[in-house]
Ligand binder design. Structure first.
Ligand code: B12
Ligand code: SF4
Ligand code: SF4
Length: 343
């Protein structure tokens, strides 16, 4: 069996849903687009994107010995429509990927298992595994490896899994036959661009992260710009709207991963119960969840935005009780929510 076939078979056995091979090299236009994204400041305060931009743009600047990239996808197709809870004003909407265990842990564990298999099978061929946090342009590499294409919402869309694939990579010194790159199948569709509640796409295939609710609720520190708060509705951690409306999702399958089954307490949780979490209660509730990473203050800030947008007068006392919070961002958002509910 050829090396690539062997690795593909093992990756599928380990539970990955998509596997492809590419050269450890990105086309010059990818590097230019990353440069333009950063030069225009579309990354907001994600300073870490700038810090190692050269490595992000060049897989071999990250690791000079890399010859091939194995791109891997893990399906997390949801059972229910993730936009269902957007209409429930006293509840929060948490994006699909954060309703249970942290996908980084699950993907990394499988990448390491595949790495071990490769180390045994191909002696003296070093490798490195990555998921999300390393300076790697995962989507263009996955497109090169044939897993899908970068849709107009900028995420990777797959003909078999729609928008619901987590990505991870193995960089290796092995010379593996590359797969054919996938081509764009968006056509004239613009459903993802039109649904975006904050108008975060200045053009198809281009995202202004500073307006994206995923950025505002997860990555952004400090107060959320006031003009964007009313547009966020009850989205308290991430956003799935542009992913959920993609017509290619009709080919997706519901995932079979127990760790991604939505926790009942994170499926449309009551805002009143989340707003009162203190630091210890927050850490206990979100142990093992990706939400833990943003900390109590940023999370309660997000919940207060949703309370301000709820139009539910019964939540007024909850917001009021946080107006003097020790964290100035939380207190500021509580005052904003209190005023909004009063009017
Ligand atoms: C930074 C980041 C974010 C930022 C910025 C997102 C972005 N689009 O860049 C924020 C916080 C907003 C974010 C949000 C989300 N993210 Co994110 N994020 C990343 C991260 C760490 C880097 C992405 C990156 O390099 N951005 C830089 C810009 C320049 O890249 P780009 O958008 O791909 O830019 C391309 C296009 O703009 C295109 N382009 C530009 N102009 C033109 C013109 C034409 C004509 C064409 C054809 C193309 C084109 O070329 C550029 C280069 O490829 C990756 C992990 C990784 N290391 O890759 C995860 C990652 C992209 N995120 C992921 C996920 C799941 C999400 C969310 C769905 C989470 C959620 N539910 O809230 C949202 C989706 C929002 C969205 N519509 O993108 C997954 C996506 C999986 C997939 N199937 O694609 C990744 C790959 C993590 C992972 N390992 O699974 N994310
Ligand atoms: S994740 Fe939400 S806010 Fe961000 S671009 Fe997509 S629809 Fe817009
Ligand atoms: S919603 Fe339409 S335009 Fe957007 S990624 Fe899917 S197919 Fe492409």
């Amino acid at each position: 069996m050829a090396a690539a076939d062997d690795i593909r078979a093992e990756a599928l056995r380990l539970g990955f849903d998509a596997v492809g091979f590419a050269r450890a090299h990105l086309a010059p236009e990818m590097r230019e687009r990353l440069g333009q994204f950063l030069a225009e400041g579309l990354h907001g305060d994600m300073g870490w994107m700038e810090a190692r931009a050269d490595q992000r743009a060049h897989p071999q600047a990250l690791w000079p010995e890399a010859v091939s990239v194995i791109s891997l996808g893990l399906n997390y197709g949801p059972e229910t429509n993730p936009m269902e809870s957007l209409a429930w004003r006293d509840r929060g909407t948490i994006s699909v990927y954060a309703r249970n265990r942290d996908y980084h842990d699950i993907v990394k564990k499988r990448l390491k298992a595949l790495g071990q298999f490769m180390a045994q099978r191909f002696k003296h061929q070093p490798l490195k595994v990555f998921v999300d946090t390393a300076p790697v342009m995962e989507k263009p590499l996955a497109q090169q490896a044939g897993l899908g294409w970068q849709g107009k919402h900028t995420n990777l869309v797959s003909r078999s899994h729609g928008s619901w694939l987590f990505l991870g990579e193995i960089f290796t010194t092995l010379d593996l036959a590359p797969d054919a790159a996938e081509r764009d199948h968006c056509g004239s569709c613009r459903a993802c661009l039109d649904i975006c509640p904050t108008d975060a796409f200045p053009a198809p295939y281009r995202l202004d992260a500073r307006r994206c609710i995923s950025y505002l609720t997860i990555e952004h520190h400090g107060p959320i710009p006031e003009e964007l708060r009313p547009l966020m509705g009850n989205r308290i951690y991430g956003c799935d709207d542009c992913l959920a409306v993609c017509p290619w999702n009709k080919f997706s399958r519901i995932h079979a991963e127990p760790a991604f089954l939505p926790r009942t307490d994170l499926t449309a949780p009551r805002l009143a119960e989340l707003a009162i979490l203190d630091d210890a209660a927050f850490r206990q509730k979100f142990s093992g969840s990706p939400i833990k990473r943003i900390g109590r203050d940023r999370f309660v800030r997000n919940v207060l935005v949703a309370i301000g947008n709820s139009g539910d007068a019964s939540l007024h006392p909850v917001a009021q009780s946080l107006c003097e919070d020790a964290n100035e961002t939380v207190a500021d958002c509580a005052r904003w929510a209190t005023e909004r509910l009063a009017t």
